[in-house]
Design a binder for this molecule. Structure first.
Ligand code: UDX
Ligand code: UDX
Length: 460
């Protein structure tokens, strides 16, 4: 029986996942630890570090009862029966596999800490997305503790999407648990199955061997991202031919073999997972001597980069081949709606392109802070940090952000954008007033009636 669960890493994945588990398992004590004191303080405060619809209520309900936050990694490891590793696994920025392989130094550090501080058997669960066969590395480190302890390593990848994390956790399509196919491995799998079974029907909990579980996560993200790159590739062809990408997506999505989801053409996918996981898959394929397979998946990323730069180039060419000194209002900076996360957001790269062409960009986003935005762009292109602060601004008021702009670009599909007072925005802009809808959320005809010149991705 699992009585105490610890999670190392209080991020977008660890925080919401443990909060929902705690809600559904009141008899288990959950302890989330993180090396970042500010993050822990935020989890203890009224303003959580992660914005997710529905999360506040769950944390309020469980915090201090069976959900606790601290920076005491050692204590949390000692007390736990089961330890989730949910630290970040960024793309490696140095040495072997630079720009593609996952940097596992944080995961390795966790394993070393678990080996050092444990004084009894533990189940260790990989929550972070990891390259195939990482469990083996973790197990090797754990088993080298020198003490006679039994560690079982499970792979339990997370499929939640940001912005819908709580719903995805409460009603997942499936939960995947990989473990060693031995008696000890199977009983570790059973222990974790029980935790999920508190609210998820048993038939939706899939158990596999460790490697299948690890590879399924990379494959799922690669397939999802591939659908977006596929429809985005078609969006370029639609513009060239006079077809309408939304009509095409609807027409193909009604084929039950294809299905309607994840076919929304956009300025390009962002987020912490798709690019990182595909790069990782590409690295693995090359590593295992499968260059054709590697190139196949790499093209999903190349297509996505093309879509972002195509959008930026469209803005520049439409504004008479330069945006120098011109003001472009960005509606949205987050990589998708309902999150304050900006990792790999298309907005960053489009802004960089416009700033390099000496444009001025004023941003409105209901959840992103100016500090976050500057962190995202500093270091890109040839500009100094001072230049970024001079030409890139963030405003709390969407109408102020659009005032005197030459053009508006929609980068995030926030629900509030279609309902804005577009007549008022138009009246306060320079003419001709352009809109570049990178999210296909605005009604082109209505805007054209007001007087806007509208470009929508994938509409010929
Ligand atoms: C991360 C990974 O990026 C993803 O691959 C995986 O599927 C889940 O975990 P996320 O939760 O979004 O996703 O990452 P992030 O919000 O950066 O949170 C990680 C946390 O771990 C940070 O708060 C960081 O301070 C903490 N951390 C990191 C530790 O506590 N110890 C470490 O050694 C390293
Ligand atoms: C993704 C996976 O969905 C999730 O299962 C995995 O665990 C982590 O990675 P996330 O990155 O949070 O989740 O968001 P997701 O909703 O998948 O969107 C990713 C990006 O694709 C966003 O930038 C989104 O705007 C874009 N997107 C999504 C499209 O451009 N078109 C679509 O049809 C769907």
């Amino acid at each position: 029986m699992i009585k105490k669960i610890t999670c190392i890493g209080a991020g977008y994945v660890g925080g919401p996942t443990m909060a929902v588990m705690a809600l559904k398992n009141p008899q288990i004590r959950f302890h989330i630890v993180d090396i970042n004191q500010a993050r822990i303080d935020a989890w203890m405060s009224d303003t959580l570090p992660v914005y997710e619809p529905g999360l506040d209520e769950i944390v309020q309900h469980t915090r201090g009862k069976n959900l606790f936050f601290s920076t005491d990694v050692e204590g949390a490891i000692k007390e736990a029966d089961m330890i989730f590793i949910s630290v970040n696994t960024p793309t490696k920025e140095y040495g072997v596999g630079k720009g593609r392989a996952a940097d596992l130094k944080y995961v390795e550090l966790c394993a070393r800490q678990i080996a050092e501080f444990s004084d009894r058997d533990k189940i260790v669960v990989e929550k972070s997305t990891l390259p195939v066969r990482t469990a083996e590395a973790i197990k090797t480190i754990l088993d080298s503790s020198g003490r006679d302890l039994n560690f079982q390593v499970l792979s339990n990848p997370e499929f939640l999407a940001e912005g819908t994390a709580v719903r995805d956790l409460l009603e997942p399509d499936r939960v995947l648990i990989g473990g060693e196919q031995t008696d000890a491995g199977k009983s570790a799998i059973d222990a974790l199955v029980q935790v999920y079974n508190a609210w998820i029907p048993r038939e939706r909990i899939i158990t596999t061997n460790v490697w299948s579980s690890e590879l399924s996560k990379l494959t799922a993200n690669a397939f999802l991202a591939q659908r977006i790159s596929s429809i985005n590739a078609i969006s370029a062809l639609c513009e060239a031919t006079g077809a309408d990408v939304e009509e095409v997506a609807y027409a193909i999505g009604t084929d039950s073999r294809i299905g309607p989801k994840f076919l929304k053409s956009s300025v390009g996918f962002g987020g912490s997972c798709f690019q990182k996981d595909i790069l990782n898959l590409v690295y693995l394929c090359d590593y295992f001597g499968l260059p054709e397979v590697a190139r196949y998946w790499e093209q999903v990323i190349i297509m996505n980069d093309y879509q972002k730069s195509r959008f930026g180039s469209k803005i520049i060419s439409t504004l008479f081949n330069t945006v120098s000194g011109k003001k472009i209002a960005f509606l949205g900076w987050a990589f998708k709606k309902d999150t304050n996360d900006t990792r790999e957001s298309a907005a960053i790269y489009v802004a960089d392109q416009l700033l390099e062409d000496q444009g001025r960009v004023s941003v409105y986003d209901p959840q992103v802070s100016p500090e976050r935005m500057y962190m995202d762009v500093d270091g890109l292109g040839t500009r100094s940090e001072a230049e970024n602060r001079d030409r890139l601004t963030m405003l709390d008021d969407v109408y102020e952000a659009c005032k005197d702009a030459h053009a508006i670009a929609i980068l995030t599909e926030w629900d509030e954008f279609p309902g804005l007072d577009w007549q008022r925005i138009y009246d306060n802009m320079l003419k001709p007033a352009f809109i570049f809808d990178g999210r296909l959320i605005l009604d082109k005809k209505t805007l054209e009636k007001i007087g806007f010149q509208v470009y929508s991705i994938g509409k010929g």
